[in-house]
Design a protein around this ligand. Structure first.
Ligand code: ADP
Ligand code: MG
Length: 264
């Protein structure tokens, strides 16, 4: 019970070099993304003309077998990896038209990241870790730490501000990573396998936090996963195969996809 991938709306606002069009429905639009790694016999075509779309206010899962290009697509969408071909628009800004320093500034301001292995800085306290995105955006240390402490409270870690990441469980570390990803109120939250290193109960707690984050006005949360246990949190699921998005599920098609995946 799948619906074929529908073509991406070609009429996207593209002219502004800064983020614009906050009332528009489209958060992410990517068309014809091609990305190869290596040369000669070692050349791997990781993305073969991938199209992808995500809306504002949406928790969107990107799923598919290992090696199909999920992480590569996320990296291109976030501007951490340059594609060989194709275009990426984020909230009305054409990412592929910006200079490297403009992309970095855009990313610091508008994107939050969450990874499978949490990626906290081990020598920094929790409140210092969570402060990092604010410091990068020019907020003073005292104000940044006050906001970071409030974020830690929101993820259930009040009183742990001066602890080090190694003093926490995996689930607690991922909650710190969520606080860090949200502290600068990004428009786009990008998560690569956020529950894969966690047990089922902890994974659901993390997904509850990410679902809540997706409801912030104008925000979109993208999650790469191969964990069918969390599919039920999705507003939409894009399925990738061999370097392309092959199906997009929403509504009734989403329900039947989740049902079939959880039975197999
Ligand atoms: N830095 C890299 N150098 C060479 N090959 C890579 C690199 N990153 C990814 N690949 C290859 O690109 C393909 C897609 O990888 P990836 O996007 O990590 O897939 P997924 O996240 O779906 O498991 C795989 O064949 C992988 O081996
Ligand atoms: Mg991956």
């Amino acid at each position: 019970m799948t619906t074929p991938f529908r073509s991406v709306n070609p009429v996207l606002p593209t002219s502004s070099p800064v983020v614009g069009n906050p009332s528009g429905g489209l958060a992410v639009g990517a068309r014809g993304i091609v990305k190869a790694f290596g040369v000669g016999d070692a050349r791997t075509l990781a993305l073969k003309g991938a199209d992808f779309e995500a809306s504002q206010g949406e928790l969107h899962l990107i799923v598919g077998p290992s090696g199909c290009g999920k992480t590569t697509l996320l990296s291109v969408l976030a501007g951490t990896l340059l594609s060989d071909q194709g275009e990426v628009d984020l909230f009305g800004t054409r990412l592929t038209g910006l200079s490297a320093s403009e992309v970095t500034r855009f990313r610091c301001r508008h994107i939050g990241f969450i990874f499978q292995q949490f990626n906290l800085i081990p020598t920094l306290s929790l409140v210092e870790n969570v402060s990092v995105p604010l410091l990068l955006n020019g907020t003073g240390r005292r104000e940044a730490e006050a906001q970071a402490a409030e974020r830690l409270r929101q993820v259930g870690l009040a009183g742990r501000e001066r602890h080090l990441p190694t003093q926490l469980s995996g689930g607690q570390q991922q909650r710190v990573a969520i606080a860090r990803a949200l502290v600068h109120e990004p428009r786009l939250v990008i998560c690569d396998e956020p529950t894969s290193a966690l047990d089922s109960l902890t994974g659901h707690q993390i997904m509850d936090l990410l679902s809540t984050a997706a409801k912030a006005p104008g925000r979109s949360v993208l999650i790469v996963t191969h964990d069918p246990r969390i599919y039920s949190y999705a507003d939409r699921i894009s399925v990738m195969e061999d370097g392309r998005v092959t199906h997009v599920h929403a509504g009734a098609s989403l329900s039947s996809f989740i049902h079939s995946e959880n039975r197999s």
